[in-house]
Design a protein around this ligand. Structure first.
Ligand SMILES: *Cc1c(COP(=O)(O)O)cnc(C)c1O
Length: 383
């Protein structure tokens, strides 16, 4: 029996930095500064330097990063927020929580990222109808692959909309030589444990080059408090990052470049074994994938079930991200139906097809390229 291969491994890394983790955690315990300790600013400096952007603001999760960014723009009732239908639920829940209307956009079959032609069509439909004001586009860099940010930025500039990069799955990716964090007006990161840079609990960050936005983000993560404590300038929230998570992330960032390189080697091994036989996510010119998840597209749901069962029998983990496009989720169906009136919103055929066909294979920096080839072999013999 060969060794099992897990879909994720959030523990192997600890062995490499355990003394540093223990030292850092003990220092926070000794200091008692569990909120707003100096390690928060230390992490923010490291994140900004890594991404090459002017400001990083640590927050409590990727979802809260999205929410703080939209609150800062005043996104709310009467506003349309355009986002892909094929993504994690958090991208869509935030505009709804703020009273805005999510408008689901289809994705491209090759990249699984937002389809620019469909985005333009839906913005035009909302404008023609005149009921909602197009206010923001949330581009998602699904599974680590950057969306078409040049196009999204151009559309948002022309339409005077806010461009928010949901880079929750893609920290470390770059596009045209520029890391995510510098695309759009701001980028939201998640440090959920299985993301490319994962904490040991919930955490997130906002990256931006805009000093005014960064200042607002800091205000909003602390209940909208102004320059002096207990002077409330804006409606905010409790969206701070814990000092403990910040210090853990500082320790983990020292490994991040090495881990990214290994993720990319594994992605390349999968591509070499699988491209041409099954659908794989294709990086457009200039895009460097952070390889958060390696996701293939099988011919149909029956083939996917067969491959997934065979992987399971071989001790190889897999997962379905995502089995349902968001406009089919009970919580969002009504918002979708009401987002564009008239004859109803146009269909989202690629998102619907992908939900029935995608399968994610093991992807983490502590597996080998041979592991990837073994998983790919099981896929190929069970198509
Ligand atoms: C994980 C994720 C989020 C939310 O991040 P949390 O830290 O879990 O709140 C948002 N968007 C996408 C695309 C994600 O994958």
């Amino acid at each position: 029996m060969t060794a099992p291969i897990a879909l994720f491994d959030v523990k192997a890394q600890q062995a490499l930095i355990r003394p540093e983790l223990d030292r850092r955690i003990a220092a926070v315990l000794d200091s008692g500064r569990f909120i707003n300790g100096p390690e928060v600013a230390e992490l923010e400096g490291m994140l900004a330097r890594f991404a090459g952007c002017a400001h990083a603001v640590g927050v409590s999760s990727g979802t809260d990063a999205l929410q703080i960014a939209m609150m800062a723009e005043g996104v709310g009732p009467g506003h349309a927020v355009f986002l892909p239908a094929f993504t994690y639920t958090a991208t869509a829940e935030v505009p709804l929580v703020l009273g805005a209307t999510p408008v689901f956009v289809d994705v491209q079959a090759e990249t699984f990222n937002i389809d620019i032609a469909d985005l333009e069509r839906r913005i035009a439909l909302v404008r023609r109808e005149g009921r909602l004001r197009p206010r923001a586009v949330v581009g998602v860099d699904l599974f680590g692959l950057p969306a078409d940010w040049r196009a999204i930025e151009a559309i948002c500039a022309a339409e005077q909309m806010f461009a928010l990069d949901d880079a929750a799955q893609a920290f470390g990716a770059s596009l045209h030589g520029q890391r995510l964090g510098r695309w759009g007006h701001a980028a939201a990161l998640s440090f959920y444990p299985t993301k490319t840079l994962g904490a040991y609990g919930d955490a997130g960050a906002l990256l931006t080059d805009d000093a005014d936005r960064a200042e607002l983000y800091r205000m909003l993560r602390t209940h909208g408090e102004g320059k002096t404590r207990y002077e409330v300038e804006r409606t905010g929230m409790n969206g701070r990052i814990d000092t403990l998570q910040a210090t853990i992330l500082c320790a983990k960032l020292t490994l991040f470049d090495t881990e990214l390189a290994q993720r990319r080697r594994i992605g390349a091994a999968y591509d070499a074994a699988l491209a041409g036989s099954v659908g794989v996510q294709v990086a457009p010119e200039g895009a460097e994938n952070a390889c958060g998840l390696y996701t293939i597209r099988l011919p149909d749901a029956a083939a996917r079930a067969r491959v997934q069962a065979a992987l399971g029998a071989a001790g190889i983990g897999s997962g379905i991200y995502y089995p349902k496009p968001l406009h089919h989720q009970p919580a969002y169906a009504a918002a979708h139906a009401g987002s564009i009136g008239g004859n109803g919103p146009p269909p989202l055929p690629v998102s619907e097809a992908l939900a029935g066909q995608v399968l994610s294979l093991p992807m983490h920096p502590y597996m080998s390229e041979d592991d990837a080839r073994r998983a790919a072999g099981v896929v190929l013999t069970n198509l």
